[in-house]
Design a protein around this ligand. Sequence first.
Ligand SMILES: CC(C)(COP(=O)(O)OP(=O)(O)OC[C@H]1O[C@@H](n2cnc3c(N)ncnc32)[C@H](O)[C@@H]1OP(=O)(O)O)[C@@H](O)C(=O)NCCC(=O)NCCS
Length: 156
Amino acid sequence: MKSLLLESASQPKVRLRPVGPGDLEELRLWKNANKRWFFFKGDITPAMQKEWFEQYLKRADDVLFIVEDGGRKLGTLGIRLKDGAYDVYNVVAAPSEAGKGYMKSALTALCARFKNRPVGCLVLKGNPAAKFYEACGFRRAGGDDIHDAFVWGGAA
Ligand SMILES: CC(C)(COP(=O)(O)OP(=O)(O)OC[C@H]1O[C@@H](n2cnc3c(N)ncnc32)[C@H](O)[C@@H]1OP(=O)(O)O)[C@@H](O)C(=O)NCCC(=O)NCCS
C-alpha cells in the first residue's frame, strides 16, 4: 500500500502520493493548527511525529497520502484497514489551500480506489467537516457520544 500513487478523475486534478520523511514537519504543523477537530487535543512535537512515522512504516495496511498538484502540497489524508473495512483518517487541508475543492477530488479518488470494502470515517461531533464528507458521497451511519460515523455510498 505504501507505494501507491493515485490521480483524481475529477476536477480539480490532484495527485496522491504516500508521505515521506520530507513531509513530516508540514504534516505536524497542519495537524496542530487543526487540533480542535481531532480526538487528540495536544500539540504534536517533532519527537512525537518522528516516533509516529517509525511505527506507521511498520503497518502494512495503512497509507497516509500527501495531496499535491505538481510540487505544491495541498493537504493530507490516510486510509487504513480496521476490522475488515477501510477507515479514512487524518484528513486535513493545507491551511492556504482549503476550500478550493482539492480535498474533495482527493477523497473521491481514494474511495474509488478502495471500493472493494466498505469505506468509513469518524468525525468529532460538531465538526463542520461532516458537510465535507456528505459532499464527497458519505452518509451518516451511527456513532457514539464523541463521534459521528460516516460511510461512503459509492458516488459523490
Ligand atoms: C475537512 C477539510 C479537509 C475539507 O477541506 P476543503 O479544502 O475545505 O474541502 P473542499 O474544498 O475540497 O470541499 C469540497 C466540498 O465540501 C464542502 N465543504 C467543505 N467544508 C465544508 C464546511 N465546513 N461546511 C459545508 N460544506 C463544506 C464544500 O462546500 C464542497 O462542496 P461542493 O463540492 O458540493 O461544493 C478541511 O476543512 C479541514 O482541513 N478541516 C480541518 C480538519 C478536519 O476537521 N478534518 C476532518 C477530521 S474528521
